[in-house]
Design a protein around this ligand. Structure first.
Ligand code: VGL
Ligand code: ZN
Length: 198
């Protein structure tokens, strides 16, 4: 058995002052750093969008941020412009111990489709390659932390469980957006998918 910590989207834009700030998001940096030594591998994900990304509300005529629209691949929440490739907002929080990471996985880099999960884009089909990486390294047990609990952390942990990994989310090392009850829904969905909430 080999275990990895997967740190989801611990980036400036998801922290206070950022474009899509998660309340208290910065508060999980120190707890995450403290956990890193307990794992065989540390993997960081980085939300990484082109400036014309389909999930940005300001690219669509009359579409409000935080509303949901229908995309060819399914429902999609429209977000304020965030984590634009190469921007300061897309950079990792300066307090995060990036040097401890074996792998930095970028996601959401195709303009026409979003990617909440570290494993699949939002069509639930297009792989990021992370499952192959973990399989090749013999990693079976995954612990998730980071931002946001009810979107990218939840989607990643549920995909991990569906792919046959042991998946655990450390809630104290996550913060949520909580849009229209999304946090409660994500907790239920994770439990149903076989994710352990620690
Ligand atoms: C996220 C919304 C849009 C996340 C990323 O990291 O949870 N949420 N892009
Ligand atoms: Zn995003």
């Amino acid at each position: 058995m080999s275990c990895a910590l997967i740190v989801i989207d611990m980036q400036n834009d998801f922290c206070p002052g950022g474009a899509l700030a998660v309340a208290d998001g910065h508060a999980v940096v120190d707890p995450i750093n403290a956990m890193m030594g307990d794992f065989d591998a540390v993997i960081l994900t980085q939300d990484w969008h082109p400036a014309d990304h389909a999930s940005f509300a300001d690219d669509l005529e009359g579409a409000a941020a935080f509303s949901t629209v229908q995309m060819p691949y399914g429902p999609q929440v429209l977000w304020p412009r965030h984590c634009v490739i190469g921007s300061q907002g897309a950079a990792f929080h300066p307090g995060l111990d990036v040097s401890a990471a074996d792998l930095v996985l970028r996601k959401g880099f195709r303009a026409s489709i979003d990617s909440y999960s570290a494993f699949f884009e939002n069509d639930h089909r297009t792989p990021t390659g992370l499952a192959g990486y973990l399989h090749d390294r013999g990693i079976t047990d995954l612990t998730f932390a980071g931002l946001a609990l009810d979107f990218c952390v939840a989607w990643s942990a549920m995909d991990a469980a569906r792919l046959g990994f042991r998946a655990r989310v450390v809630e104290d090392a996550c913060r949520a957006i909580d849009l229209d009850g999304s946090l409660a829904a994500a907790r239920r969905a994770m439990a149903d998918a076989g994710v352990t909430l620690a």
